[in-house]
Design a protein around this ligand. Structure first.
Ligand SMILES: [Zn+2]
Length: 364
């Protein structure tokens, strides 16, 4: 895939405001992009978006899952014409919240500041900046950070997690469609992950997906030792609470290994990303064969060193690697049993050799 295409898609999506339960602007952009590329999208009853590219007949489906929300504030109620009670939703340590921090009230992108904390929950008074026009009643708020910028090969944004994952799903589908690949891919673009993967749980519980699908969760995930920004897409073997399917991970590993051999610039890593729990855990618990990929994320959930709030960032080349891996994996689903069977075959041959060698020398 062309790096400019993924950069454009990511930019369009990342410029939309979002927070748990307030994903509507990202969702509209997702639907616009699908419309432009002739991809069939529909909303389920929970407001998640399912995008289907089914040109592969009875081929086994690959599900690509990512979420549209990002930790942010919901507006609870108005206090005066220019101040509101807001509550933070999502995982950010308590000591990052300080009076005076700048936020943007949505809709309207109204500049405001965080005021005093109310009670022991993460509930605060927020006040619009002096002179700011408030035309519509605020519904949610985000940190006042850059929506989207590319610098030195990195995407900086207030909400990389997980709008970058959403961009990668769409980039993969656009590329497969452009190549007229025979595939069976379903993009599941979900809501409210940051409060306990509500969207993914609803999809899994309603059995909206083929039961034999291979589910791949796409995330941005906190950079860890051994899973570094700029060193390639990460085959995510597990999260904080689960280990994912060994055969499924091996399938992605075989595809990644071949890509690395034949394509300059393709890099991958393999790691347990224990920084958080991802949607893969939800799908796996409902019985789907489940795997995950991610790109390493800096300033996870906008938490920068010295307790600052700052833009998250990911590597553009890692992101491109993620799309290239998924395009190849979707196209080769028919080879799943063969690729996954390579290692057991090798092990059986080695087992025979081992027995011969050991038996011949057993007596000493
Ligand atoms: Zn997150």
């Amino acid at each position: 895939m062309d790096i400019r295409a993924i950069r454009t898609l990511a930019g369009r999506l990342l410029r939309q405001p979002t927070a748990p339960y307030h994903e509507h602007a990202v969702r509209s952009e997702v639907e616009r992009i699908c419309g432009e590329h002739g991809l069939e999208s529909r909303r389920d009853q929970f407001g998640n978006v399912l995008v289907r590219l089914q040109t592969g007949g009875q081929r086994r489906a690959m599900v690509l899952a990512a979420h549209m929300d990002h930790p942010g504030f919901e507006v609870m109620r108005g206090i005066s014409a220019k101040s509101w009670l807001v509550r933070f939703r999502g995982g950010v340590p308590d000591d990052h919240f300080r009076p005076g921090l700048r936020i943007r009230l949505m809709p309207g992108n109204v500049p405001a500041r965080l005021g005093r904390r109310v009670g022991t929950e993460r509930t605060f008074v927020a006040s619009a900046a002096a002179g700011a026009k408030v035309e519509a009643a605020p519904e949610f708020a985000m940190w006042d950070l850059e929506p989207f910028a590319v610098r030195s090969g990195r995407i900086y944004s207030r909400a990389c997690d997980d709008v970058v994952g959403v961009a990668c799903i769409l980039a993969t589908l656009v590329e497969l469609k452009k190549r007229r690949s025979r595939v069976n891919v379903i993009g599941v673009i979900s809501r409210a992950e940051e409060v306990g993967f509500h969207g993914a749980l609803a999809v899994a519980a309603r059995r909206s997906l083929p039961s034999n699908a291979l589910v791949v969760s796409l995330e941005t995930s906190r950079e860890l030792p051994g899973a570094r920004i700029g060193e390639g897409v990460i085959l995510r073997v597990g999260d904080r609470t689960s280990v994912f399917d060994s055969d499924g991970m091996r399938y992605l590993g075989e595809i990644a290994g071949e890509l690395k051999e034949k394509r300059a610039g393709f890099e991958y890593q393999r790691a347990l990303m224990s920084g958080g729990t991802c949607e893969a855990t939800a799908y796996q618990e409902y019985g789907y064969q489940t795997t995950a990929v991610c790109v390493a994320l800096g300033n996870y959930h906008n938490c920068a060193p010295r307790k600052k709030i700052a833009e998250e960032y990911v590597s553009l080349s890692d992101t491109l690697n993620m799309v290239d891996l998924l395009v190849a994996a979707a196209r080769r689903m028919e080879e799943f049993p063969k690729l996954v069977g390579k290692l057991p075959m090798r092990l059986r041959a080695m087992g025979r050799e081992a027995q011969e060698a050991l038996a011949a020398t057993a007596l000493g």
